[in-house]
Design a protein. Structure first.
Length: 456
């Protein structure tokens, strides 16, 4: 990889974009939508190759799900770009202004960051999402995806470049895809001081840790998602079970999926059997001592082999679980209890399963729940189920996370759900940006000062 040449081209791109109007950038993004639509068959064919290779390599199905594209997900990409087009261009926005006693006029305005790099795993939709947010905010972007999604990423970037080249004022230099030839590329990107203005990791805890520890360029740290649901003693337990199912089972391989259920001991005996019944034996529960004693005698009805987890398209059947647990398609090989209940080990708490597995922790009171969550979370998304309004507000005030919910699923931590269209990722740090990152996360500010001869 010739990083110098790539960054030189990207710098040219961002210099052009910085001077373009919102209308020019929007027309280019409209052309990209049309190009992706026209190239959909080629993108899906490339993704088919990636998915098959991933399965052949033994990748678990919950992670294959992150890699997979279909008509619905391609349409989702196009809808995200369209939503970004509809948003107000942040560049040039005046965020502050005042006059000093000596007559200087000072304005603070938003400007692009410059050349941005994103290091990410699987999820080829990130290729399009990151690009459109960067482009609309006047930035060029260097994409370094994983080898598992290389064919998909190449096909998407090819379509994007064709779209940009097809319209007057389009800037094809604003996007480049690293060749993904070796892991050395990542270090080269992260240490390219003066060439890369900011880097973002998006993926596993291992990837994020490596990026943060290696980078010499500024990094916005996106976090892995060890998300908790606390079931308070005043909770509506039917609501809690419904939210638990959605948060754990809809898409278990994503960062905003629930990984641990923290249950007040006062409602554990009533709630935990409901949880087991809701999961229908499809989620392996790593139960602490108290919850194991409650659950060990619970009988769950055997699910039908091909029955979906829910009515949405992104679902898992029992045969998928069989594959995850290494017994192929032979569902009968799954022992009844071992498939869904095991005693928890210490390392199960504060662990991101990214699968049809979860931990259950019982607590004596609200204060213990808050302390446990703040000790074991990754500052991503946390939720409480409660009918006590003061307790709900106390939870939101005391929990240290980018998104804190009351009586709702953590699955809503998403740029699209927050109205941002696409997203760069979920920032779990406290500087510059936090939570789902949209257009403004790719801007910084500068001061414009007008005078009429003042000296100091």
């Amino acid at each position: 990889m010739n990083l110098n040449e790539i960054c030189k081209s990207l710098r040219t791109g961002t210099n052009i974009l910085a001077l373009q109007s919102a209308n020019q950038k929007n027309k280019a993004l409209e052309a990209v939508i049309e190009s992706i639509r026209n190239n959909k068959a080629a993108i899906l064919a490339a993704n088919f190759i990636d998915v098959n290779r991933a399965r052949e390599s033994g990748m678990k199905e919950s992670l294959v799900d992150r890699l997979m594209l279909d008509d619905k997900r391609i349409n989702g990409i196009l809808e995200s770009i369209q939503q970004v087009i509809s948003q107000t261009d942040p560049i040039g926005e005046e965020t502050g202004g005042w006059k000093t006693p000596n007559g200087l006029s000072i304005r603070q305005v938003r400007v692009p960051v410059g050349v941005v790099a994103i290091i990410y795993e699987s999820r080829p939709n990130v290729t399009a999402d990151a690009f459109c947010l960067a482009y609309k905010s006047g930035n060029s972007i260097l994409l370094r995806g994983s080898s598992s999604a290389m064919n998909s990423n190449r096909a998407i970037v090819k379509a994007i470049k064709e779209g940009l080249a097809s319209v007057e004022g389009g800037v094809p230099q604003a996007i480049e895809l690293a060749p993904c030839e070796s892991h050395d590329e990542v270090k080269e990107i992260l240490t390219a001081v003066g060439q890369i203005d900011m880097a973002l990791p998006r993926g596993s805890a291992k990837l994020i840790k490596m990026v943060v520890e290696t980078a010499k360029v500024p990094v916005i740290e996106t976090g892995s998602g060890i998300c908790h649901l606390y079931i308070d003693e005043s909770a509506d337990l039917e609501m809690a079970a419904r939210i638990a199912k959605n948060g754990k089972m809809q898409r278990p391989g994503v960062c905003n999926a629930l990984e641990c259920f923290v249950v007040n001991i006062k409602v554990a005996a009533e709630f935990l059997p409901k949880l087991a019944e809701t999961f229908e034996g499809k989620v392996k529960i790593h139960a602490d001592e108290a919850s194991y004693e409650i659950l060990k005698n619970v009988k769950v009805s055997e699910p039908e082999t091909e029955k979906a987890v829910n009515d949405e398209d992104d679902v898992f059947s029992l045969s998928d679980l069989a594959n995850v647990l290494g017994v192929g398609d032979d569902v009968s090989a799954l022992p009844p209890t071992a498939t869904w209940l095991v005693p928890a080990k210490e390392e199960d708490f504060g662990f991101e399963f990214l699968d049809l597995e979860c931990a259950v922790k019982t607590v004596e009171n609200f204060d213990e729940a808050v302390e446990y969550i703040n000790t074991h979370n990754t500052k991503h998304s946390e939720s409480i189920i409660t009918n006590d309004r003061s307790r709900a507000r106390d939870f939101q005030n005391r929990i240290d996370a980018s998104c804190v919910y009351v009586n709702a699923s953590t699955r809503f931590t998403d740029g699209g759900e927050f109205g941002f269209g696409a997203e760069l990722g979920i920032s779990t740090q406290k500087l510059h940006a936090r939570g789902p990152m949209g257009i403004k996360a790719l801007t910084t500010t500068k001061y414009l000062i007008d005078g009429d001869g003042q000296i100091r």
